[in-house]
Design a protein around this ligand. Sequence first.
Ligand SMILES: [Zn+2]
Length: 298
Amino acid sequence: MPPARTYTFRPVPLCEMCGSANRRLLGLRLSASQGLRPRRAEGIAVPVKRCQCGMVYADPLPVPAAMADHYDLPPEEYWTNQAPWDESYFAREIADAKRLLGFTPGMTALDIGAGRGLAMKSLAHAGFDAFGIEPSAPFRDRAIADGADPARLTLAALEDAAFAPASFDFITFGAVLEHLYSPGLALEKALGWLRPGGVIQAEVPSSRWLISRLVNAFFRLAGTTYVTNISPMHAPFHLYEFSLAAFEAKGRELGFTVAEHRFMACDPVHVPRLLKPLAARVMDATKTGMQLTVWLRK
Ligand SMILES: [Zn+2]
């Protein structure tokens, strides 16, 4: 059983990204891992909905009484098998950013949710003037112990951070938007810090993930209404799955375009090892990989 927590349940009348009320019920999501015998699982469940734009979210949205109930973990516990930094970390994203920006040395970059500071280190190594914000003190302490400049890595949640308007060429959200109650407001705030012509990169869980669909089909066959999408009340505390159309809709509202996007298969942990290469090929061919990366141009 998960630790006891107190939640309030906040109704979500409209989609966070496209503003529509046109959504359908996918099923129920438990407050704990559902395992493969969901009829025996216990906990409280929230309805999971899919918007017309493809966004997947809980409605009502469970909000913990204290955010620390979800995130006050030592870094090692949250990222159990993260390798030490090397040059290849974030290299593909940096190469894409340089191409999209027409890079010149000294361009400014901001990593939102800098974690242990690995992407900041790679950005600085690649010639960016790199800054970061990180809401977790243990993560920031760890980044500083590993060499991050405390003056460039601010301890702050996105909601509380302040930078001059149009002060960054490149802003990256790595594994952040799916954890925020309002990813739309987060994008709006970041866009204000971005100079016109600059780019935002965000990697998020995709609502088209093939493995989710297969697990949901299994749950249906097992006679339950559970779904495996998102995890609003247990680790890793994902509140949203995203679609390309959701970013396009938000862009029309806020004034950015989706310059590029990519679906990535990633390592399908639920798939038997022998089938992994095949599963990855199918997901690449059908754009049903686990993660979606978008490049947003102001
Ligand atoms: Zn929507």
